[in-house]
Design a binder for this molecule. Structure first.
Ligand code: NAD
Ligand code: ZN
Length: 363
């Protein structure tokens, strides 16, 4: 399957299928990526042992010179320190303006390596090789970043890849918690844009969780398609693109509050999506909006309530550092019905405190 992300000169294809990592060399040649300059592959210490040699072998067989940097797995690697370590490798290995940086891994490696690609010599080419379900979201759209201790994704850039090479075979080794976390973003793509796709996700809960290749391939393609459509309309997030942030206002705050360790990204935004639905209901939408959303997420084993011990003030403080907080207003994406959202700026801190308490009581 091939999908095109339409962004004028920066358009690029997403290839989705089995066995693609072993064909990396051919895809590089097809895209006429330079052979004289070293290719830097960034991966983490879970993905590296499983898939790095496949990619290296394929690229080397095609005549590419590769160097690789393996970072520690986990959100904590999305930091300026690790960013600098990779830069050191890039400089020492003689990467030049024609070099390609490859992100082989999930969203963490994608965001981190992407920010390296955006910054090294003011920008070199970038190829995404996603190995998580969640990365159907993170590998599309060109947002790359590292975290600051105080706030998620605070230091970053827009940098579109040359291509996305999505080898769905690699997903078979994903831990179940990461499977659920990734499906959370897939569900989000349904909730913001497509009632039918949301229903499909609900009907295929078991098959998706069991990583059935056919079902997963379809779900990922649909998820990427929604993301690509939204991003094509609004690459730099002047308007529409903000709908992708459903669940992220509270979600990002939960990730930062937990010290980037307590919740996986998809878990945090699952709670965030439940919270958004609850706020919408508190503001007058139909009650079923909240109960349907909650039931859907819980069907996937995702969290929708808040641990009682989580400090309300900490969550609020983290939210106020977020990019979505401007001029004393919080930008919220709220569901209208399943498959449709609205962007509002009149949700108050009182509303947020109320929903935090409600989600704690539900827990
Ligand atoms: P991740 O990259 O940490 O991967 C999750 C875990 O799975 C890690 O431990 C990783 O080592 C392991 N793993 C990855 N692939 C594997 C495989 N095939 N087999 C076995 N283990 C594997 O996290 P993620 O959930 O993919 O991504 C989350 C990140 O993505 C967050 O930092 C989030 O902010 C970011 N994100 C970015 C965007 C964007 O538009 N740039 C969008 C959504 C999320
Ligand atoms: Zn997200």
């Amino acid at each position: 399957r091939t999908l095109q992300v339409d962004l004028g000169e920066r358009s690029y294809p997403i290839y989705i299928g089995g066995g693609l990592l072993s064909e990396a060399g051919e895809y590089f040649e097809r895209h006429q990526l330079a052979k004289k300059s070293p290719v830097l592959i960034v991966t983490d210490d879970n993905v590296g042992p499983l898939y790095l040699s496949k990619v290296e072998t394929s690229l080397q067989d095609a005549g590419y010179h590769t160097v690789s940097k393996v970072v520690k797995a986990g959100e904590k690697s999305k930091s300026l320190e690790v960013f600098e370590e990779i830069m050191t490798v890039a400089i020492q290995s003689g990467l030049d303006r024609h070099s390609v940086v490859v992100a082989l891994g999930g969203g963490v490696v994608g965001d981190l390596a992407g920010f390296v690609a955006a910054s090294y010599m003011r920008g070199v080419k970038f190829v995404q090789m996603p190995t998580t379900i969640l990365a159907h979201d993170s590998s599309v759209g060109g947002k790359v970043a590292v975290n600051h201790r105080l706030a998620k994704n605070m230091i970053g850039a827009f940098h579109q890849p040359e291509m996305v090479l999505y080898d769905v075979d690699s997903l078979q080794t994903l831990p179940i918690r990461d499977v659920r976390s990734g499906l959370s973003e897939m569900i989000k793509h349904g909730l913001i844009w497509d009632k039918e796709f949301t229903d499909w996700c609900r009907e295929h809960t078991e098959k998706l969780l069991a990583l059935d290749p056919e079902t997963l391939g379809y779900g990922l393609t649909q998820g990427c398609r929604v993301k690509a459509q939204v991003v094509s309309t609004d690459e730099l997030e002047h308007g529409l693109r903000a709908i992708l942030n459903l669940g992220h206002t509270i979600g990002h705050a939960l990730e930062a509050t937990g010290g980037y360790g307590q919740f996986l990204h998809g878990e945090a935004i699952s709670i965030g999506m439940a919270a958004a639905a609850r706020i919408a209901v508190n503001r007058g939408r139909d009650r079923s909006l909240y109960s349907d959303t909650k039931e859907l997420l819980e069907g996937f084993g995702l969290p929708t309530t808040l641990p009682v011990e989580m400090n309300e003030d900490d969550i609020i403080a983290a939210m106020m550092h977020d990019k979505k907080f401007k001029e004393n207003q919080i930008i919220f994406v709220l569901p209208v019905v399943i498959g449709e959202v609205e962007i509002v700026s009149d949700v108050t801190l009182t509303d947020v405190r109320r929903v935090i308490r409600e989600l704690k009581e539900e827990g």
